[in-house]
Design a protein around this ligand. Structure first.
Ligand code: ZN
Length: 84
């Protein structure tokens, strides 16, 4: 693969949200892991409805501005707002 194609599906070394400790990849027994098929699972439906309530966002939705492929399994805890 070319570097450009690799960077569509994987972050540049050292730049993954997983390195922050805030990102998780979630799977389902109903589909292969780390595939777009996760979007059709009940687990994804639950996440789409409830994850924001726990502070998580889908980092790479379809057509995201980062140029990263759609990753319905990858969710990241957003930083807490600063308290004054
Ligand atoms: Zn991930």
């Amino acid at each position: 693969m070319s570097l450009a194609d690799i960077l569509k599906v994987s972050a540049y070394p050292g730049y993954s949200e997983h390195h922050t400790g805030r990102a998780v990849d979630i799977g389902s027994p109903d589909c292969a892991h780390l595939t777009e098929a996760f979007e059709a699972t009940r687990e994804f439906s639950w996440l789409a409805e409830h994850a924001a309530g726990f502070g998580f966002v889908l980092s790479y939705p379809r057509d995201n501005p980062h140029g990263i492929a759609f990753e319905p399994w990858h969710w990241c805890l957003t930083p807490a707002p600063c308290k004054t």
